[in-house]
Design a binder for this molecule. Structure first.
Ligand code: SF4
Length: 354
């Protein structure tokens, strides 16, 4: 079942189209020191290998802006420069090849400062992401909206977008974030009714790995299911590569990206004939580099095992004597439980076109 997608305008972030029906793209952000070019390039390579379409890099000072230029020359994916407080860093990053800049117009300085960023971006055809967080909405706007914090976020974002449009910018994307998931969902829903610019989805300060995954999945998942959102980032206080794997799973669940291997595993119970938790974790880890779409199943016993293993592309159903391997619904052979990970990998590799 294909999800309905809200219509938005299409912009280009380097080679990656965002909005206007383009596939929902996956973003992450480096957490290296940007001045450390080698470390940053190597993290970008790891993110790209994991399936990240667009990488954001912080540019906190002029040395980082210079490093950004070098990083951009060596990057295989489009790069967004993340700028706060100093508009000169945005201009410098644009001149050094940024494919987009992310700013919070509320902290970038005067209207004139914002205008100079808009002019530089327009001249080079570089989109600007307007990133509004509840934490940075001006007190005056908050005051006018009373308890309606979401209204204040939406109004802030709309005002900034209008300002940039008036300054002649014709490529904008928008994010409206709160660390509260329900507020975030509400903000995107309301903004999507009043604007056609593409939306970057994320739950800000989502949290450590486990709770962050759940919070982001709920926030981003609900919106995508409603057709809202053109590009996503699963923000986690963890290795950014984990963000990309999580984003892949999220998009795959919603049928928005047929990429990567879905590992199905039973929760186990007293009937389990193998350590399914350990085997399925090891399997998922070992298959993370596989970009093509496939479903594999590891099942602990003969109760549900053969049924699920048959439905998957490759599956195993464990029993007291080892495991029965299935391939596209047909039993193939018996294997030992300690070779499940290797055998499934080999079976998948056989099917992957060279
Ligand atoms: S497949 Fe077997 S081991 Fe796994 S949860 Fe079901 S009954 Fe338990």
């Amino acid at each position: 079942m294909a999800l309905h997608r809200e219509k938005t305008r299409r912009i280009q972030v380097g080679a990656c189209a965002v909005g206007g029906g383009a596939p929902v793209s996956l973003q992450s952000m480096t957490n290296t020191v940007t001045r450390d070019v080698e470390a940053t390039v190597s993290q970008i390579e790891a993110l790209a290998r994991a399936g990240c379409d667009i990488v954001r890099v912080s540019v906190p000072d002029m040395d980082s802006a210079v490093a950004f230029g070098e990083i951009k020359r060596r990057s295989m994916v489009p790069l967004v420069a993340d700028i706060h407080f100093d508009h000169r860093l945005a201009i410098e990053s644009i001149e050094r090849g940024a494919d987009a800049v992310r700013i919070n117009p509320g902290n970038i300085g005067s209207r004139q400062a914002l205008r100079s960023v808009a002019i530089a971006a327009r001249e080079r055809g570089v989109p600007i992401r307007v990133g509004v967080n509840l934490g940075s909405v001006k007190r005056s706007v908050l005051g006018r909206h009373g308890d309606d914090h979401v209204g204040a976020i939406v109004k802030s974002a709309a005002d900034y977008v209008h300002m940039l449009e008036d300054m002649g910018l014709d490529a904008i994307k928008v994010s409206l974030k709160s660390s509260d998931v329900l507020q975030t969902i509400d903000a995107y829903r309301r903004f999507s009714k009043i604007s056609l610019w593409p939306l970057h989805l994320g739950v800000t300060e989502a949290g450590p790995l486990q709770s962050g995954l759940v919070r982001s999945s709920v926030g981003i998942g609900v919106l995508l299911e409603e057709g809202i959102g053109d590009t996503i980032r699963v923000s986690l206080s963890a290795d950014p590569v984990q963000e990309v794997f999580a984003g892949r799973v999220l998009l795959e669940c919603l049928g928005l990206r047929a990429e990567g291997v879905r590992v199905i595993a039973c929760p186990t119970c007293a009937r389990a004939c193998a350590d399914v938790a350990a085997i399925s974790s090891e399997l998922e880890e070992s298959l993370r580099d596989v970009r093509r779409h496939a479903v594999v199943a590891v099942m602990g016993c003969v109760v549900n095992g053969p049924g699920e293993a048959r439905i998957a592309d490759i599956g195993v159903a464990c029993d007291r004597k080892g495991a029965l391997l299935f391939r596209h619904g047909k039993p193939v052979r018996r294997i030992r439980t300690d070779e499940i990970v290797t055998v499934i990998r080999e079976e998948l590799d056989k099917e992957t076109p060279a």
